[in-house]
Write a protein that binds this ligand. Structure first.
Ligand code: SF4
Ligand code: MG
Length: 334
């Protein structure tokens, strides 16, 4: 049984008559102790998925789904109270910007101790010792002194480490990290990823890493889920996806990575943007931006096909050599 099992998740915003579908029929499993990377551009629905999981989509947003289960327990049908006891304890989350997640009015010690008190209890002295232990585990230099610091006295990297300490305080079995390195300096980014992986290994914790950056996934994850416009367009093992992506969108994301752009004047990017509420094409959602689109793509929306370990949503998945299978390249060459 998967640790996390999401089946046919939908998240809608706006009026019921013409809703904006931010997540559109998402299936996603995370196994015990696994590192899964969720990749996509801004607007792909990856953050909304994690917010739905954490029960953080407020009215008028609507969360529907066939199943959203953690360790076999259905999150969609459980009471608000049960769900709250699960979140922050078995499932924890860290966000991109530590400055907006930490409370500027309280010391690091206070924020850690209050988290521990809610879920574990104990005397303030015991909890303070446990808070210090957590700061050591996230490699904060001079932890005794940092314990009594306020968030504004910490660097961005150190604040993010405090966020990680708060997130792991209750020994979660799943940690969701949404763009955990995006707000950090380049030199600190690699250290943050290394810390997350070290904690994941030491604790046997599953890690869901949400990022727009495929190179982050390459360094960390075993499996990758590529999202576009609220849907999964490709999933598979990291080496397979990096060696031979089957979806044109994944191929384009890989081509935009810096190592593929050495010596070029500017980064190669995919022209256009993710479709919004009023410009969702009727066929394949990528068709206005896809270099290989043909008439069928503009008329018929592709389904996700393949085995659970490697799936792709395209009428003409790319072959091992990265060529489209609709004869597009042959036509173009003639
Ligand atoms: Fe491109 Fe067509 Fe595949 Fe969509 S279905 S990704 S438009 S080739
Ligand atoms: Mg986001």
């Amino acid at each position: 049984m998967a640790l996390l099992e999401i089946k046919n998740l939908r998240v809608e915003f706006g009026s019921t008559a013409s809703p904006f579908t931010a997540v559109d029929g998402l299936d996603l499993n995370v196994e015990v102790g696994e590192v899964v990377g969720i990749v996509g551009e801004s607007g792909s629905g990856k953050s909304v998925t994690s917010l739905a999981l954490m029960g953080l989509i407020d009215y008028p947003g609507r969360v529907k789904g066939e199943r959203m289960a953690f360790d076999g327990r259905d999150l969609l049908s459980m009471s608000e109270k049960e769900r709250r006891s699960l979140l922050g304890k078995d499932i924890a989350m860290i966000f991109q910007d530590p400055m907006t997640s930490l409370n500027p009015s309280f010391t690091v010690a206070y924020q850690l101790i209050e988290t521990l008190r809610v879920h574990q209890g104990g005397s303030t002295k015991e909890l303070r010792a446990r808070a210090l232990e957590l700061l050591k585990q996230v490699d904060i230099p001079d932890p005794e002194r940092r314990l009594d610091a306020y968030p504004h006295q910490l660097s961005g990297g150190m604040s993010q480490r405090v966020m990680v300490a708060i997130a792991i305080a209750c020994n979660p079995r799943l940690l969701i990290a949404d763009e955990p390195t995006t707000a950090l300096d380049v030199t600190v980014q690699a250290q943050m990823l290394e810390l997350l992986l070290q904690l994941q290994r030491d604790r046997g914790m599953a890690l869901m890493l949400i990022t727009h950056d495929l190179s982050v996934v390459a360094q960390t994850a075993q499996r990758v889920v590529v999202m576009y416009a609220g849907q999964v367009v490709e999933t598979g093992r990291v080496p397979d996806i990096f060696n031979a992506p089957q979806h044109p969108y994944t191929q384009a994301l890989l081509a935009a990575l810096p190592e593929h752009n050495i010596g070029r004047a500017r980064l190669q990017t995919i022209p256009g943007v993710v479709p919004g509420q009023y410009d969702r094409p009727s066929g394949c959602l990528l068709s206005p931006r896809c270099a290989y689109a043909v008439d069928r793509c503009r008329q018929e929306r592709p389904a996700l096909i393949g085995a659970a370990t490697a799936q792709v949503r395209c009428h003409f998945p790319l072959d091992q050599a990265g060529q489209p299978t609709n004869g597009w390249s042959k036509i173009a060459k003639q």
